[in-house]
Design a binder for this molecule. Structure first.
Ligand code: A2P
Length: 280
């Protein structure tokens, strides 16, 4: 298990990203980013809608890390779809994060049929702006989030640059195998949001049993399981000892049979946020 995966355009992505969803802006964001960088995380997962990009940017600055040693992701919010608004939203994110390029920029959610008659065209138009930013070298890799195979298929019909990443909900009890397989077949790296099922899967007896066998925590098992399945987990925490512990997953391995047992779990801890029915 290496500390990096490689995207189809050759860009290296650190295999664990530090999640910032629900991290309060200001001092909490600053301190947690500093803690994460001190711990060894080199990949920060941000988004405009998290409303904390200024704090995340301040934290990156305060950490003292060299910009080139950090992989920073952000995401385009749903209200900004379309060519011109995507370019504008990207510039705002860059300014808030106080950076002059992003490593990865994602369309946060697909425009989908329940909200837009022209959902395919709208995603294509947004994607054209992402391609432009990529060609202008303002972003090292571009991708999607919460795109299911039917959204991806439609986008791939018109894309001139194939997305490098698709970030979806991914944790024991919700591994979205069909979507992950589609991405693997198309050489699109999967990243997993809420790899701990927002903390809701951690008391499952199977995870407890495997955690005890390896002298690790249930959270560490979730993170290691994602890595061994080839997915980039994005654990979020604002708690220093959890930030550290969630990164201590490179010194052990789960067996194939343990992975298979976790893969076989029935649905648990799912957020219920289905891109074809969300109301935002
Ligand atoms: P906190 O930020 O207060 O530490 P996910 O990444 O799946 O969305 O889960 C994030 C949630 O899980 C947050 O509420 C976070 O709390 C909590 N969490 C993060 N790491 C751990 C851990 N190692 N053990 C238990 N809960 C954790």
């Amino acid at each position: 298990m290496t500390n990096n995966f490689t995207l189809h355009n050759g860009i290296s992505i650190p295999s664990i990203g530090f999640g910032t969803w629900k991290t309060p802006d200001g001092e909490t964001a600053i301190q947690s980013i500093k803690e994460a960088v001190d711990t060894g995380y080199r990949h920060i997962d941000a988004a405009a809608i998290y409303d904390n990009e200024v704090g995340v940017g301040d934290g990156i600055k305060a950490s003292g890390i060299d910009r080139k040693d950090l992989f920073v992701t952000s995401k385009l919010w749903n209200s900004e779809r379309g060519y011109d608004s995507t370019i504008k939203a990207f510039e705002k994110t860059l300014k808030d994060l106080q950076l002059d390029y992003l490593d990865l920029y994602l369309i946060h959610w697909p425009a989908a049929a329940h909200q837009f008659k022209n959902w395919k065209a709208l995603n294509t138009e947004t994607w054209k702006a992402m391609e432009k930013l990529y060609k202008d070298k303002k972003i090292k890799a571009i991708g999607l989030s919460n795109f299911m195979p039917h959204h991806l298929e439609a986008l791939l019909e018109d894309a001139t640059i194939k997305p490098m990443v698709n970030q979806i909900e991914y944790h024991p009890g919700f591994m979205q195998a069909e979507c992950v397989n589609f991405c693997k077949t198309n050489d699109i790296q999967v990243a997993g949001w809420s790899p701990l099922g927002r903390g809701e899967v951690l008391d499952h007896p199977l995870l407890k049993e495997i955690a005890e066998a390896h002298n690790k925590s249930e959270a560490q098992i979730c993170i290691r399981w994602a890595l061994q399945n080839g997915v980039v987990p994005l654990p979020k925490s604002v708690t220093p000892h959890r930030i550290k512990a969630n990164f201590e997953v490179f010194d052990f391995e789960i067996s194939d049979s343990e992975i298979k047992a976790i893969n076989a779990l029935d649905t648990i801890g799912a957020s219920g946020l289905d891109p074809d029915s969300v109301e935002f």
